[in-house]
Design a protein around this ligand. Structure first.
Ligand code: GUN
Length: 287
């Protein structure tokens, strides 16, 4: 069966072009969106993510401010920085790159971010609003998946959607967005019995488990839509998803590549959330 490649890189590029124009017209009113990116410690993957986010901001005209703190930063120091950013009218969005070092309380740090600057949508206020179907900011990766489906004209209402993975960042919010879009949603995890059988029921299969090439063709029904949120590095250094593209693409009607699928969409949604935050703060920024 021929499959449609869900090209996140191309859609992200189109979204960024539109955002560029929007930011240009905001600039004419004297408004520039600002994103603070906080990174603690020396995790090499986090460094790459943060550099990419800064590059994206620059590309569309968002001002980015990086705060690179040493590994041994105390919780008080980090919370103090967040307090200052919360009050700074030049800052519309605050993103603390995760994971943070073990001696820092992640939940406490996230809760300290003003919820109207929480462009990652990890604050319990925003997760709560998402749960009741009125998200202010939707978490970037799941929101990016919804955009990708919409752009490809893939109907969600009434479909069987199986989400593999239940993280707070992807699996749980993903299942909520699909539920609000009227899919029938099943969430699977490491204790799920007969995972293969459950996955084979999916019209739309979304995988976010962090295991390289785990989902093979025998997990997938002929004609299913398959979204691969995974980003793993194989022993040979190559990037690969959670889905074995080779065998799954023979059955799927549509599938995301890795890289170039969900990843660029996550990055685009962060920019979108930052612009949204800026529009919410407009009055304060002008005064
Ligand atoms: N670490 C991995 N993914 C993310 C993300 O989307 N946001 C933040 N802040 N940290 C991450």
């Amino acid at each position: 069966m021929a499959y449609k490649l869900l090209d996140g890189k191309d859609l992200a590029r189109r979204m960024k072009e539109a955002m560029k124009l929007e930011i240009r017209s905001m600039a004419e009113e004297g408004i520039v969106p600002g994103l603070a990116v906080v990174i603690v410690g020396n995790d090499p993957a986090s460094r790459i993510y943060v550099n990419n986010k800064k590059k994206d901001c620059e590309e569309v005209g968002i001002r980015s401010f990086e705060y690179a703190l040493p590994e041994e930063t105390s919780e008080d120091q980090l919370l103090g920085l967040i307090d200052a950013l919360n009050q700074d009218p030049a800052i519309d969005g605050i993103l603390v790159q995760l994971p943070i070092p073990k001696h820092l309380d992640e939940a406490k740090v996230i809760r300290r971010i003003r919820h109207d600057k929480d462009v990652d949508a990890f604050h319990p206020y925003n997760t709560g609003e998402l749960m009741i179907g009125r998200p202010v900011f939707a978490p970037c990766t799941p929101a990016g998946v919804m955009e990708l489906l919409k752009d490809a004209g893939i109907e969600v209402a009434g479909k069987n959607c199986v989400v593999v993975g239940r993280s707070n960042i992807v699996g749980k919010p993903m299942s909520m967005l699909m539920l609000h879009a009227n899919a029938t949603v099943t969430v699977c995890h490491s204790k799920t019995k007969d995972l293969k059988e459950v996955c084979r029921q999916a019209d739309i299969l979304i995988v976010a488990i962090g295991k390289a090439d785990f989902i093979t063709g025998d997990y997938v029904r002929e004609g299913a839509v398959v979204i691969d949120v995974g980003m793993n590095r194989r022993e040979d250094g190559k990037l690969t998803g959670d889905v074995d593209f080779e065998s799954v693409s023979k059955k799927a009607s549509a599938i995301t590549p890795v890289p170039g699928g969900v990843g660029p969409m996550t990055r685009a949604m962060l920019l979108k959330n930052t612009i949204k935050a800026c529009n919410m703060h407009k009055k304060n920024k002008l005064s």
